[in-house]
Design a protein around this ligand. Structure first.
Ligand SMILES: *Cc1c(COP(=O)(O)O)cnc(C)c1O
Length: 373
């Protein structure tokens, strides 16, 4: 059984080769260039680490939500194209443009702000985002002609470069996504008629990129897939040829032999049915272990599967290991690559009534990330 490094109580190991391999696999599978989405600290894996691994695997561009996330990658020395698409109201785009951050633009007003941030021979690079039915941001259909015409004008005078038209899908049903794609295609035609023919269009995130080939357009924005996790309820990572990059583990902090009827953790929502051994795991909801997984979250100790006993607390939870010879210091794996016999992030999502995205993204700052191999 592997053990944690001496003195380490909990950690998330990040297999950077898995991220690179997942990008390679998805490039091949989709026959498209990959915008690797590394927002939210690389879905909890570390944004810079995920970005470097994704670029090593052949991603052509990085995607983040906020400009602040993009600037942090620039400060870390990453020179690849980066697009950021969610902006504070009224904020200046000056620093973003100076740092060659591409801007996802969702309104006429944002377009003007982007042009205002251009300077001298440096036009603002933008991806125009179109609302096609998700109901989030994106240029509204009724504003599109105005925005396209103004973007084309700004492009002609050298203030702007439109890199892409893009949108985002709801993954509700294939038909819903096809309807959104039809709206998108119409907009692309309208843009062309107004003189806007950007080199890229992109609409698919992981789900559509895999499940709906007509969404690919030669360029896909992949988040969850690069981390080796499946966006589908009914298909595992392995089914998709992906390898989960994050393993969350801890060292057993204490063991205690207790009689039948022992209450466990706050509220005694679990009582031992017989004499048994309780193992204390030093990870709690402050570390991203969902309290909703109390009494159900799965763990693996020495190759055997157990469940959380009682409530998950802020810093720790308890596992009833029966008569297994578990000792202080033994490795407890919460999730990792299920082909290795441990639970998956999706298992934790199921246990807590959420999704694997939320499980990995919420792993707390108190959990050190360590790159492997
Ligand atoms: C987060 C996000 C993605 C990535 O989605 P996945 O399902 O993780 O692949 C792509 N595009 C946009 C606009 C996003 O916000």
């Amino acid at each position: 059984m592997s053990r944690l490094p001496a003195g380490v109580m909990r950690e998330a190991t990040i297999d950077v080769d898995a991220i690179a391999d997942n990008v390679r696999h998805l490039r091949r599978l989709t026959e498209s260039e990959v915008i690797a989405v590394v927002k939210a600290d690389g879905y909890g894996h570390g944004a810079e680490r995920a970005a470097r691994a994704a670029l090593a695997g052949g991603a052509s561009r990085l995607g983040v939500a906020d400009i602040g996330e993009a600037l942090a990658l620039r400060r870390a020395g990453i020179r690849a194209p980066i697009v950021a698409w969610l902006h504070a109201p009224g904020s200046s785009f000056d620093e973003a443009v100076a740092q060659r951050i591409e801007l996802g633009i969702s309104s006429f007003e944002q377009l003007q702000r982007a042009a205002a941030a251009s300077s001298g021979d440096r036009p603002a690079h933008v991806h125009l985002k179109l609302e096609t039915g998700l109901g989030r941001n994106g240029v509204a259909p009724e504003d599109q002609r105005l925005v396209f015409a103004e973007a084309a004008r700004l492009e002609r005078i050298g203030r702007l470069r439109v890199v892409a038209l893009f949108s985002h899908l709801s993954n509700t049903t294939a038909d819903d996504d096809r309807a959104a794609i039809a709206v998108f295609d119409k907009s692309v035609e309208i843009a062309a008629s107004l003189g806007l023919r950007p080199p890229l269009t992109h609409i698919a995130a992981t789900h559509a990129a895999i499940a709906l080939p007509e969404s690919r357009r030669g360029c896909v924005r992949i988040g969850i897939g690069i981390y080796g996790l499946s966006p589908f309820d009914d298909r595992t990572s392995a089914d998709l040829g992906l390898r989960p990059a994050m393993t969350l583990r801890a060292a057993v902090a204490a063991v205690r032999r207790v009689p039948a009827g022992q209450g466990v953790s706050y509220g005694y929502s679990f009582r031992t049915p017989r004499e048994t051994t309780l193992a204390l795991v030093p990870l709690g909801y402050a570390d991203g272990v969902p309290r909703h997984a109390s009494n159900v979250g799965p763990v693996s100790i020495a190759g055997a599967g157990f469940r959380v006993a009682g409530r998950v607390a802020m810093d720790q939870f308890v596992v009833d290991v029966g008569d297994a010879p578990v000792q202080v210091g033994d490795e407890v794996v919460l999730f990792g690559d299920p082909t290795l016999g441990v639970p998956s992030a999706s298992d934790w999502g199921d246990a807590a009534g959420t999704i694997n995205y939320e499980i990995v993204t919420r792993i707390g700052a108190r959990v050190p990330r360590r790159e492997v191999p």
